[in-house]
Design a protein around this ligand. Sequence first.
Ligand code: FDA
Length: 497
Amino acid sequence: DNGAHVPALVIGTGYGGSVAALRLAQAGVDVHMIEMGMAWDTPGSDGKIFCNTTTPDYRAYWLRTKTKAPLSNFLGFPIDKAVPRYTGILDAEEMGGIIVYQGRGVGGGSLVNGGMAVTPKRANFGAVLPTVNADEMYDTYYPRANAGLGVSLIDPAWFESVDCYQFSRVGRKHAQRAGFPFVFVPDVYDWDYMKQEAAGTVPKSAVAGEILYGNNAGKKSLQQTYIAQAKATGKVTISPLHKVTSVSPASGGGYTVVIDQINTTGDTVGTKTVVADKVFFAAGSVGTSKLLVRLKATGALPNLNNEIGKGWGDNGNVMCGRANHMWDATGKVQASIPCGGIDNWDAGGAFAEVAPLPTGIETYASFYLSITKNPNRAEFSYNASTGGVELNWQTAWKAPSIAMAKTIFDKINSKEGTIYRTDLFGTNKIWGDHLTYHPLGGAVLDKATDNYGRLHGYTGLYVIDGALIPGNTSVNPFVTITALAERNIEKIIATDM
Ligand code: FDA
């Protein structure tokens, strides 16, 4: 409520924010979470909370009048279509040279992502978070994060037999024939539920292609895990459709937080001011970076250091498709949850998820999202004339990612006698090099903050999300974001609360 005083305010309800809220509440601290997106707890007129990937409607996109699907074309035809402007679940945020996809709503990215829950190889951890004690992470915080998120592996015997993973088995065959290891990737999807979907005994979600605009069943998003536990403590409240616009020191101590209340077409319908003793920035890499860069530049938080806005990367994301021969059909029905990847990180700098293309028709296509060791890092800066925050990423900076992905797919194509698809990202365009699903950095650990996420320059302000991670995790990032948040909040509760 306007004028309230809260001990701890968390900006955002994604991985970092949910971990902070749960652990603070368990330590006896009252927590208020502010989330610009919707609650996603009420079905629409079709009885479903979320719309299907193949039939995007008003629920699909964050304040857009036309969809902006990651795969923009099919067989040369554009697939985007008009939708009513609404505070939908997926934000395709255009940041100059890159479109950054993000989840909007209570649960953040967990609402829209593939649920792939990957712990980086121990040998690669030093490059991910160089100042963090790896023993502690691998002995304590990664296991804690995996348990909290409900991570598990697909049943390998079921994988071998089920129609909806034919695309993955084809992906594995091609990888192995070219000499690359295929590794199973853990996920937060409830695999027993998916077995029942495939058997036709429960309503279909992943097997019906639900993913990008939400899963109506089966996926354990944060709403089912950390946030459910946090609410059960009775000490956590959440305000959806509220957007934090300012944080500044309050005269009597703590911080004044200004919050816009918005409606479902994105208009501001009210403004509230609260005072918080501690503020946790968990608005995601882009959200946290944009807030901090603007608050520093406009004088609300002038003592933030010069590392604010720096060290941003795209986790080296690049997509591509391959056209298979007719004997390598990938299946009409494809589970929307990927379950395996091709590991060429050490030799070629690429880890490629074998991804579904759940179109409902046989495409003879194999589709991949590669995570690569792209060294390029961008920076956010404040534009005083527009009042906006900009990112200086350039599309050409994806060139190293493409070269790394090619170490896998050129070899597979030459072994199989196949070619790249050129119809998925435009006409005659092979690489999906215009986007990322994995924004990371902008308030990097031990640079913009101390080694536990305490922002330099202000006592009681913390960063606890993907903004802490310097641009790359070598695998899909949310387990690392969660584990780092578990590590940092434990220290903060022990020493600062
Ligand atoms: P996250 O982005 O989750 O949460 C931030 C929250 O803050 C959002 O809910 C946002 O609305 C809110 N917010 C922002 N600004 C605000 C403000 N000013 N006021 C109030 N609220 C504000 N990762 C992975 O490991 N495996 C996978 O399979 C995938 N797949 C995938 C698919 C797609 C389509 C996407 C978009 C992303 C993925 N990811 C993924 C990435 C993963 O989802 C992402 O890394 C995490 O969600 C990031 O967690 P954070 O806690 O940093 O922020």
